[in-house]
Design a protein around this ligand. Structure first.
Ligand code: CDP
Length: 576
């Protein structure tokens, strides 16, 4: 009817051209002939309906819930992860972005995981694996009286399979590969990407322990242990191994680090198992066969008259937690094991996007004390409200089944979810919501795009909005900054404004890490962040960043030097 059409047109007016194109290319349902069969408003309605319906199972009316879910999505205040937008209310119905699969030391286990991976990728999810339990290269294999080929050679099979599957899907499969620093094949793992043809569909992380990091700082050595026999194979100087990690990261962007002890210390389910891996972008540490669904609040839309709208942030947080908890029940799991494990702990990951845009609207530079304080204040608030809502849901619908075995049982009367918060990269979501991704600073204020053979300069929407509002927008200025995407060489712009619009590569590397750590303090899963460095950054810069991340109790760290990788696992902004 009229009302519906009117709503649809307001949604269309909120979407940017890029957001619309992205929705059309990958998200909107298609008919059998491949023609687009829904409008953006209808997509949000489909998702809201499918997720709200769960309420009736618990004896609540789904109608009001559906409207609330619809409204926060249509207003671009909250979006669930891509698989939920794509698959909710469809036959496929797989709604999670993040999975971890086990890889045990047998051909049967390895090839089962390979098959499971392919099913997950086909449905839009990403997979993480620890390969640490595989016997090293050259180790005896009893059944064939031959020798094992080691984790790396198996990883290349997972990589190839990912290549083949991506051709069918709407997005390419992404993987995380983890190897513990004390695995005998660790050097080969660290240096794997020096060969440019290797492991394109993997992010690599070395799983490091406190003991190793301690040995690095003490200039001590540590043992490589064969996971099959438990025997020490040799001892290496920790500092040498760390140097190799830094060198390769400098050269290629991989490997990052996962701080396994910090991850497990803070995992409320440590009585149940040890975490060895995360999902592809590092923001969700998971036990084998767990999955997690994510959602992100658009902080840029939580600003009213130059201040944070706490009431709105509270309501959006509560609705977001409700939404994500429902997703666990609405989900169609790609494997029975995953359905079972996921429902046991009911982990969800509510996070944020548009953080830099919010700061810009508040007039706060990203790289200053106030920026970090704002990060902590906002995330602490979201955490508290998320936990409250999860406790309420626990009281109404029952705690997650393993609640009494979790560390949460001593602090809370009930809890619906073993984890509630995550900061995701929001690579695609932030394009749909027309804001800055995750907690990253703006990458550039202007960028050029090739549109049917013509180079067009585009201006970051938040920058344009604020430039107009503060009266320094002019086509001359935009032309001036078109080639650099930066305000730093524009003398007529006030110093404070220049700082507010400092872009990723202009921000001190340390500051990126401090921002990540500020969010991590109040996030029970983990925080996706790339420390973006200029091309001139040195190996010593990497040392500083990786060491600082450990000291500040991050759960992992990844840094990327501009131009050091031809192709990245996640293609951000590829919408043209
Ligand atoms: O914005 P969007 O929901 O598409 O995803 P994101 O926040 O950039 O990434 C969140 C998670 O989705 C990643 O950590 C992966 O687990 C998964 N992902 C994937 O499997 N394949 C991709 N091409 C992108 C993301």
């Amino acid at each position: 009817g009229f009302c519906m059409d009117k709503r649809n047109s307001t949604i269309e007016s909120k979407l940017s051209a890029n957001g619309k194109t992205l929705l059309e290319k990958r998200y909107l349902l298609r008919d059998k002939e491949g023609r687009i069969a829904e409008k953006p408003g209808e997509l949000f309605r489909r998702v809201a309906k499918a997720i709200a319906r769960v309420d009736s199972r618990y004896g609540y009316s789904a109608e009001i819930t559906e409207d609330n879910f619809y409204q926060i999505m249509a207003d671009l205040e909250f979006l669930p992860n891509s698989p939920t937008l794509m698959n909710a209310g469809t036959d496929l119905g797989q709604l999670s972005a993040c999975f971890v699969l086990p890889v045990e030391d047998s051909l049967k286990s390895i090839f089962k995981s390979l098959q499971d991976m392919s099913l997950i990728h086909q449905s839009g999810g990403g997979t993480g694996f620890s390969f640490s339990n595989l016997r090293p290269k050259g180790d005896p294999v009893r059944s064939t009286e031959g020798v094992a080929s080691g984790p790396l050679s198996f990883m290349t099979i997972f990589d190839k399979a990912t290549d083949v599957i991506k051709q069918g899907g709407r997005r390419r499969g992404a993987n995380m590969g983890v190897l513990r620093v004390d695995h005998p094949d660790i050097i080969e793992f660290i240096e794997a990407k020096e060969n440019e043809d290797m492991l394109h569909n993997f992010n690599l992380s070395v799983g490091v322990t406190d003991e190793f990091m301690e040995a690095v700082s003490q200039k001590g050595d540590y043992a490589l242990v064969n996971p099959r026999t438990g025997k020490v194979k040799e001892r290496l100087k920790a500092r040498d191994v760390f140097d190799r990690i830094l060198n390769c990261a400098w050269q290629t962007g991989d490997p990052g680090l996962l701080f396994l002890d910090e991850i497990n210390r803070r995992h409320p389910m440590s009585a149940i198992g040890t975490i060895e891996s995360t999902n592809p972008c590092g923001e969700v540490p998971l036990l084998p066969y767990e999955s997690c669904n994510l959602g992100s609040i658009n902080l840029a839309r939580m600003v009213k008259e130059g201040a944070i709208d706490w009431e709105k942030l509270k309501e959006t947080t509560r609705t977001g937690v409700h939404f994500l908890d429902n997703v666990i029940d609405a989900n169609k799991y790609p494997l029975p094991e995953i359905g079972q494990r996921t429902k046991q702990n009911r982990k969800i990951g509510l996070g944020v996007m548009g953080f830099a845009a919010m700061l810009a609207r508040l007039g706060i530079p990203y790289d200053c004390r106030e920026g970090i304080e704002t990060a902590e204040k906002v995330m602490k608030f979201i955490r508290e409200e998320s936990v409250k809502k999860s406790v309420e849901l626990g009281e109404q619908r029952g705690s997650f089944p393993d609640f009494h075995r979790s560390a949460l049982a001593k602090d809370y009367p009930a809890m619906r979810n073993a984890t509630v918060n995550t900061v995701a990269p929001t690579g695609s979501l932030s394009i749909i919501a027309n804001t800055t991704s995750g907690i990253e600073p703006m990458f550039a204020l202007t960028y050029s795009r090739n549109v049917m053979g013509t180079r067009l300069t585009e201006i970051d929407p938040v920058f344009e909005e604020i430039a107009r509002k503060h009266g320094f927008y002019s086509s001359q200025l935009m032309e001036e900054i078109a080639s650099t995407g930066s305000l730093q060489n524009s003398p007529n712009i006030p110093e404070k404004t220049r700082r507010i619009f400092a872009t990723a590569l202009e921000i001190e590397p340390q500051c990126h890490v401090r921002m990540q750590a500020a969010f991590q303090k109040h996030v029970d899963n983990a925080v996706a962040k790339t420390v973006n460095l200029p091309h001139e950054a040195t190996v010593e810069d990497f040392r500083e960043i990786y060491t600082l991340a450990y000291r500040l109790k991050c759960k992992g760290i990844a840094a990327y030097r501009y131009g050091s990788k031809a192709e990245q696992v996640l293609e951000i902004g590829e919408t043209g």
